[in-house]
Write a protein that binds this ligand. Structure first.
Ligand code: PMV
Length: 317
């Protein structure tokens, strides 16, 4: 029996769309900051038959199929990983805070499966295993600031700066939503139908990913802000113009973003915003802006707030 713990990450250059949907091979590179919390623990045990259970979620057939498919793909990818397993999920991710659990879950799962197989897999190989369950999960294998980089026939996570390189925080502001959103697996598959998508891939490949790496290396917040917000808005522009269109941002999102822009302008604060596949606003800031952002977040009516710093990535417990 092996238990691994992992956490979500927040993308600064977003992964959206695949060149191979089955293997979740991204169309372009992406880059994220691994978060310090909330933690998901996954325990895998050798068993006679495959099973999945969770402490805080009723596992539907569709969910179990996704785990089964991921484990099957991992076995195809790595012939030395062949055990039949039972999977127990113990998630501390509070529901409704807009932190997708799939990155934490599938990175912890890959880490645990690799340890159970005990055949000397390294983090690069484990990140490839995690990617088969959720593209963004590949990045949570590693701590600090992490690029997911395309190779000819794969995509591999690489740490570009360690956890203690830059003290940044992510204040997560989640407006209430009754809206059932289209999951990212479905959304990725039709990304290519947006007329803006090709340009998005070119911009990331030729410029944006490197600009983000440079901003992090030099701890240049202004530059990080410019490239992160540009990429976030570009991804949502693509989502909104793909077929069928995906409108993840709400009026509340736009209101919060406008107010954050005013706040940073009037008080000269190092803060930036970014949103994934939902209305939740992630406010990334330096220590200097933390108290102000926290105070702002906590008075937003009907919003759930969560706070994290830079994390260490998936590890065994
Ligand atoms: O890993 P997935 O399939 O949940 O896709 C993640 C997509 C975004 O959150 C929108 C962007 C990202 O890079 O995390």
């Amino acid at each position: 029996m092996i238990t691994a713990c992992s956490t979500p990450n927040i993308a600064l250059i977003k992964y959206w769309g695949n060149r191979n949907n089955e293997l979740r091979l991204p169309a372009a590179d992406s880059l994220s900051m691994t978060l310090s919390e909330p933690c998901v623990e996954i325990t895998v045990t050798e068993s006679d038959r495959f099973s999945v259970s969770s402490n805080n979620k009723e596992m539907k057939d569709k969910d179990i199929e996704r785990f089964q498919k991921t484990v099957d793909l991992i076995k195809q990818y790595h012939p030395k990983v062949q055990n039949t397993i039972s999977i127990e999920i113990d998630s501390q991710i509070p529901p409704g805070i807009g932190l997708a659990s799939s990155a934490a879950v599938f990175s912890a799962l890959a880490k645990a499966i690799a340890a159970l197989a005990d055949c000397g897999l390294n983090d690069e190989q484990i990140s490839q295993m995690a990617r088969l369950g959720s593209g963004s999960a590949a990045r949570s294998i590693v701590g600090g600031f992490v690029a997911l980089e395309n190779t000819e026939d794969s995509a591999i996570a690489r740490q570009i700066a360690p956890q203690d390189h830059w003290e940044l925080f992510d204040i997560v502001i989640a407006p209430n939503t009754d809206h059932k959103k289209v999951g990212s697996t479905e959304g990725h598959a039709s990304a290519w139908t947006s007329p803006h998508y090709k340009k998005r891939i070119t911009d990331i490949t030729e410029r944006r990913q490197q600009e983000c790496i440079d901003a992090i290396a030099n701890k240049d917040f202004e530059k990080l802000m410019a490239v992160t917000e540009e990429d976030c808005l570009d991804m949502h522009h693509c989502m909104q113009t793909q077929d069928p269109p995906l409108h993840y941002l709400s009026d509340e999102t736009y209101r919060i973003v406008d107010e954050l822009k005013t706040l940073r302008k009037t008080q000269h604060l190092p803060l930036l915003y970014t949103m994934d596949a939902g209305p939740t606003v992630h406010v990334i800031c330096e220590a200097e802006a933390l108290e102000t952002v926290r105070a702002y977040a906590n008075v937003q009516k009907g919003c759930k707030v969560f706070e994290a710093s830079v994390g260490k990535g998936a590890h065994l417990v």
